[in-house]
Design a binder for this molecule. Structure first.
Ligand SMILES: [Zn+2]
Length: 259
């Protein structure tokens, strides 16, 4: 009967979360966890749930503020998760293998293989209010309407996925919107839409320039802080050089499925 290998210690990798500035160490995936991730690919809700759970299980040392999985879900942002995912990827697979790049010059696709660590860029959020800060943005085209923008956490994401039946991409895009309000010229007559279904419906009625203002505001205040995986590539067909951003979630699942 298998009772576990004796005296094995797998290496750990330290991850600083870029938004909340916590320190975790993560240790490698194993075949059992890979199998669980493979089994989760039926629905986006399951993928997200399993990914969060497995990231948590792969952390070895954790910050004092995060004692339970519930703390983790409430206090870790989506950008923090990207960093943890990078740490887990790095310690489990080391290389980004056969990542498909499409050339912007000739449109052909070619694979690249690189060390994950060589692509890593870190841009931390500069203060300590990431979980509480809310920006009130006047919409440029829908006059008198304000969008309140904040950084979503893991619990915000899974709650939205479970409570809404809309397209998942749309749910993700609207996650940073906490509410919409409308103020009359007097200033006190205020309509408030703070339920996720209402926020989604309201978002669908906005002109493109309001949508762009929302994205830009979110990116500037929250979204641009985090990790980025960049690398320079040269097209094997036409020689065009380009700097690409690697989509780690996509690559992560590709590695789970490869041998
Ligand atoms: Zn090319």
């Amino acid at each position: 009967m298998f009772t576990g290998f004796q005296n094995i210690e797998y290496p750990e990798y330290e991850v600083i979360t870029p938004h909340t500035h916590y320190s975790f160490t993560v240790s490698t995936l194993n075949v059992q966890k890979e199998q669980r991730l493979k089994g989760s690919l039926v629905t986006p809700i399951k993928i997200t749930e399993h990914l969060n759970r497995i990231l948590w299980e792969c952390t070895v040392s954790r910050p004092e503020e995060i004692k339970t999985y519930e703390d983790f879900m409430k206090k870790i942002t989506l950008k923090d998760r990207d960093a943890l995912l990078y740490g887990l990827y790095h310690i489990s697979y080391e290389e980004i293998r056969n990542y498909m790049v499409s050339c912007v010059a000739c449109n052909k696709e070619y694979p690249i293989t690189i060390q994950a660590s060589s692509t890593f860029n870190f841009n931390p959020y500069p203060s300590n209010d990431i979980l509480t800060k809310v920006i009130k943005l006047p919409l440029p085209k829908t006059k008198g309407v304000f969008a309140y923008i904040k950084q979503p956490t893991l619990i915000d994401e899974i709650t939205a996925f479970k409570s809404l039946s809309a397209d998942n991409e749309l749910i993700s895009i609207t996650l940073p919107i906490q509410k919409f309000t409308q103020e009359t010229e007097g200033g006190d007559d205020t309509l408030v839409y703070d339920q996720r279904t209402d926020i989604l419906d309201a978002y669908m009625t906005l002109p493109p320039l309001d949508k762009r203002a929302l994205f830009n505001e979110y990116a500037e205040k929250f979204g641009n802080f985090g990790i980025e995986l960049k690398c320079q590539t040269t097209c094997q067909y036409c020689g065009n050089s380009d700097i690409i951003n690697i989509d780690l979630v996509e690559q992560f699942f590709r590695m789970v499925f490869s041998v």
